[in-house]
Design a protein around this ligand. Structure first.
Ligand SMILES: Cc1cc2nc3c(=O)[nH]c(=O)nc-3n(C[C@H](O)[C@H](O)[C@H](O)COP(=O)(O)OP(=O)(O)OC[C@H]3O[C@@H](n4cnc5c(N)ncnc54)[C@H](O)[C@@H]3O)c2cc1C
Ligand code: SF4
Length: 587
């Protein structure tokens, strides 16, 4: 496994050395040569700022204006990269795609201005606007970037255009949530299915219902082999990015795996073709399954590219709708991209990233969180922004959860819970894991331990290639932890060992037995017991609260003692062992 604590010490000791070097120019030589070779006359162009996550020529002015009359500004920003200790694979994915995009556009005749910023994006754009004249930008997806650019957009120096990458509008969201908040994804999904006509037969959903979710809950035993993801051959541009990250971002955790890093538009095509052919036929069936034999099963792994717009949501949805595959798989995929993905971004935007909630404004973190990196590394993550600073996000915690994230979420501190250890290992190796591992292992265990929703969010933001504020915050603060209460989900997504055992093969490799002594089951009951008041009026929780009422006092005492034991051992970075709980069981 990469990125062990020992390895980290090595990174940390070189960090100081690299900090000085980072102040010098970032390595761009092979990339600059390539841009210089393709350079065209930039005079008389209309200029567009293309943020790091809008890398597509199929949306916005790049798709409908003459490339030889357009100029684009691309900003590489070590300041942004250093705001949090992001996984190196994530930095590599963003930078490699940005540089390939620059070259691809230059080859089309677009004038490309590539700059390296050392602070908020607006500080890089201001002098360029003075030099080149007013610029345009498609409305940024990230709240952080919108806030950064606000002084420029407000005075018209940067003209904001509609972001053409989204599939739905704020009106769709509003029309579907007339009674809300709280907001509900199923109502939004029905609305956008009807409005878009996707998977509709006149005004009726194809197959007679909007969701086939109940058919998509099989566990996987290997009878249909899970496909191996494609392997990419890095070119000189990608290798240069990886070397640059190794040198200038040496303190960042994780390691770079170039073979799984799609960087060019052709790589994106390869990944998507693989997903269409090998993943989609079984996508629905095994959507909720988890396995030691395959970290991704039939999930497409496209989220990193989708969020950078290297693949377009409209294109992937259309391609899947056109496939000859079971309707449950087709609909399952459409629900994720047209439904969940769009729903979460509307909820994020409607609440300014959960800074403004219907029942008030939660506390905001003063600085970006490090997701527990400092405790893990023994160092302090110092953001290198000079002067100007944005907040570190909202800190809602509807259930009052405030505990620190256990070190087991970082490399080198196995928890002894095979499910958690396996997924954490996958995440640090791949900077990715699929939906159910995120929800029912990582978030579930953190929620059961009353971990601070903000700290868990920051951890996800740091560790995953596809995490940006608009998508990671709703998924963790709302879905994963119930941090904003019932605002976006009817109930918390928590479970004991029975669910994990049913949907995975993790338990077979665990020192604990899911039917006898698995601490996760006790944690589940202890969680319900601690928060029973908060759930008392929730009709979706009535059944489990009735079961809780039938649980004996002695069992509840054991549940509480297991919670204390797990919190204390994992809080110190230790490993849980079955023999340690014998004392609790005997008491
Ligand atoms: C706790 C938690 C944190 C998450 N953090 C992120 C994140 O930072 N970035 C991110 O893109 N997704 C996030 N998700 C959603 C989802 O887990 C990932 O989009 C998905 O696992 C990516 O893998 P994939 O491309 O193989 O997805 P597939 O299973 O193949 O699904 C196809 C696509 O559907 C979209 N999708 C599915 N569910 C969601 C969702 N809930 N929200 C947004 N898009 C969705 C994604 O774009 C995904 O690529 C999170 C989910 C949870 C429960
Ligand atoms: S027995 Fe419990 S801890 Fe072990 S893998 Fe199964 S659910 Fe996870």
């Amino acid at each position: 496994m990469h990125g062990t604590h020992g390895e980290f010490q090595k990174y940390a000791s070189t960090r100081e050395r690299h900090r000085d070097r980072r102040k010098r120019e970032i390595d761009v030589s092979c990339f600059s040569d390539e841009l210089a070779r393709l350079e065209t006359d930039p005079s008389g162009r209309r200029w567009l700022f293309v943020p790091y996550d809008q890398l597509s020529e199929s949306i916005g002015p790049l798709s409908h204006e003459d490339p030889t009359e357009l100029g684009i500004v691309l900003v590489e920003n070590p300041w942004k990269a250093a705001r949090r200790p992001y996984h190196r694979q994530k930095l590599a994915l963003v930078l490699a795609n940005l540089r390939h995009f620059a070259v691809e556009q230059a080859a089309r005749g677009v004038a490309v201005r590539h700059v390296v910023a050392r602070g908020p994006y607006r500080t890089a754009l201001e002098p360029l606007i003075e030099e080149l004249g007013p610029m345009r930008v498609m409305r940024p997806a990230e709240y952080e970037l919108r806030t950064d650019l606000a002084p420029l957009t407000e005075r018209g120096a940067l003209v904001q255009l509609e972001h053409e990458g989204w599939l739905t509008t704020a009106e769709d969201f509003g029309a579907s949530q007339k009674k809300g908040p709280p907001w509900r994804m199923d109502a939004f999904y029905r609305q956008v299915r009807r409005r878009s006509g996707l998977l509709m037969d006149n005004s009726k959903p194809i197959g007679g219902k909007y969701s086939f979710d109940v058919e998509n809950r099989e566990s996987w035993t290997g009878e249909t082999p899970a496909p191996d993801p494609p392997v990419f051959e890095p070119d000189a541009l990608t290798i240069e990015v990886a070397e640059m990250i190794g040198t200038h971002f040496a303190a960042h955790p994780g390691s770079i795996d170039l073979a799984s890093l799609p960087a060019s538009v052709d790589d994106a095509e390869v990944l998507w073709r693989w997903a269409l052919e090998h993943c989609m036929p079984c996508f629905g069936t095994y959507e909720d399954a988890m396995s030691r034999a395959s970290s991704g099963l039939f999930h497409t792994r496209i989220s990193g590219l989708l969020n950078l717009h290297r693949l377009l949501p409209s294109r992937v949805v259309d391609d899947v709708v056109a496939l000859d595959i079971p309707l449950a798989s087709k609909e399952g995929f459409v629900r994720q991209v047209l439904g969940w993905r769009e729903f979460v971004r509307h909820a994020h935007e409607a609440t300014a990233g959960f800074r403004e909630l219907p029942d008030g404004a939660p506390r905001r973190a003063e600085r970006p969180g490090d997701g527990g990196w400092a405790r893990w590394s023994g160092s302090t993550w110092t953001d290198e922004s000079e002067g100007e600073f944005f907040d570190g996000g909202a800190c809602p915690s509807a259930l009052g959860a405030q505990q620190a994230l256990p070190l087991s979420y970082w490399p080198g501190h196995p928890s002894g819970l095979a499910c958690l250890d396996r997924v954490v290992e996958d995440v640090w190796r791949e900077a990715w894991s699929h939906h159910i591992t995120r929800l029912m292992v990582l978030s579930n265990i953190a929620a059961l331990l009353d971990v601070s929703p903000r700290e868990l969010t920051d951890w996800f933001w740091i560790a995953y290639v596809d995490a940006y504020d608009w998508v990671v915050e709703p998924n963790v603060l709302a879905m994963g932890t119930y941090g904003v209460g019932p605002l976006m989900t009817t109930k918390p997504y928590v479970s004991g060992a029975a669910y994990i055992n049913r949907m995975s093969d993790y338990c077979a490799a665990c020192a604990f037995n899911p039917k006898k002594d698995c601490p996760i089951t006790n944690l589940y009951w202890a969680y319900l017991d601690r928060h029973r008041q908060a759930f008392a009026d929730n009709p979706r929780m009535r059944l489990v609260l009735n079961s809780l009422a039938r649980r004996s006092d002695s069992r509840l005492r054991t549940d509480g003692a297991v919670f204390e034991w797990v919190s204390s051992v994992l809080g110190e970075g230790g490993t849980l062992r079955p023999e340690q709980r014998l004392e609790i069981d005997d008491a």
